[in-house]
Ligand binder design. Sequence first.
Ligand SMILES: Cc1cc2nc3c(=O)[nH]c(=O)nc-3n(C[C@H](O)[C@H](O)[C@H](O)COP(=O)(O)O)c2cc1C
Length: 381
Amino acid sequence: MQNVKKWIAAMLALALTLALALSMTAFAAVDDTGYSDVDAGNPYAEAILYCREHELMEGVGGNRFDPDGPLTRAALATVLYRMEGEPAVTGTDAFTDTADGQWYSGAVLWASQRKLMEGYGGGVFGIDDPVTRQDMATTLWRYADSPEAENAIRYEDESAIAGYAAAAVNWASANGVAAPVSGSRFAPRENASRAQIAAALMNFSRNVQPKPGDGQKVLVAYFSGTGTTRGVAQNIVTALGTDTATLHEITAAQPYTAADLDYTNSNCRSVTEQRDPSARPAISNSVSDMEQYDVVFLGYPIWNNDAPRIICTFLESENLSGKTIVPFCTSGGSGIANSVSNIRGLAGGAVWMDGRRFSGGTSRDTIIEWVNGLNLGIRAN
Ligand SMILES: Cc1cc2nc3c(=O)[nH]c(=O)nc-3n(C[C@H](O)[C@H](O)[C@H](O)COP(=O)(O)O)c2cc1C
């Protein structure tokens, strides 16, 4: 009887896993965008989907994205705050038109402290004002640390660009972040549409966000209950070479036994931890000299469609600010997306790249192809 119960529980778990895997496959295969007002042929469709997948911009409700509508300044602060991984903020902003405890409060405080959006002067942030195209460029330019653009582009409406935005508009154009609205017209004072902002965010992520080059150091940190994730992590290090990459196993202070990992028992340790979002199993080791690493591959098995809680302990105990994090996982079928959206906020100041799920026994060639496709500027072979 006991065995029958175990078998039924295992079958139920398998069915859940398959359902999850199928729903993800179905999403990847559909050719409509899921928004009633954005058809697949819309030139902004890719950017709008990119922003949804990366949880930067969602629809406006009622299955609509409102691609031509404006985005408020509070919403732009929120989008960038999400891009940054929503780091903790302290203090209060100096604006007279903002309030504490609102959906935008942390984002506006962060954006003003980072000097990305400083308001209009006179204590006014302009919470509900639409973002103009020159302010879209300026905010992203500041987020990129105000670089100089090498190729200044002359627009026919150049004279309409505000002084504070001139360098930003040049930069946004030279780096393919923002395109002119038509011909050589930038329309700096027009409202940026939600679709244009989605495109700017996607272009920014692809063209501008810092990508480490040769000579950069990589840490491959992983947690593994039964060795599957360890195999993938070892393959990444081998492919990158030990001059570039260092393997680091995240080990639990209290090691997980086979009984702890028996997820057919809903009271086993691992499932109990997964039920509690605040569980933080202790780690017995830390990374020596985290400072030296630019990129951190972070691997884990999927537990109950999430990252094991020990990964939260890791992210909260190591200083990952300024690092590029590349998450990867192994699983019986569940994808990585849900786990990444749950943990990405725990590493303040890190840049997260797209994650990837592997099944046990993934070939080294597949791993090499994936690592090289990340365009980190370091070759795996
Ligand atoms: C507690 C627990 C929960 C699990 N939950 C899931 C799940 O939700 N979806 C899934 O596809 N696999 C799930 N699995 C299977 C593991 O993700 C999979 O076997 C993984 O490759 C194990 O990696 P490891 O050997 O590195 O620990 C679970 C395994 C355990 C131990």
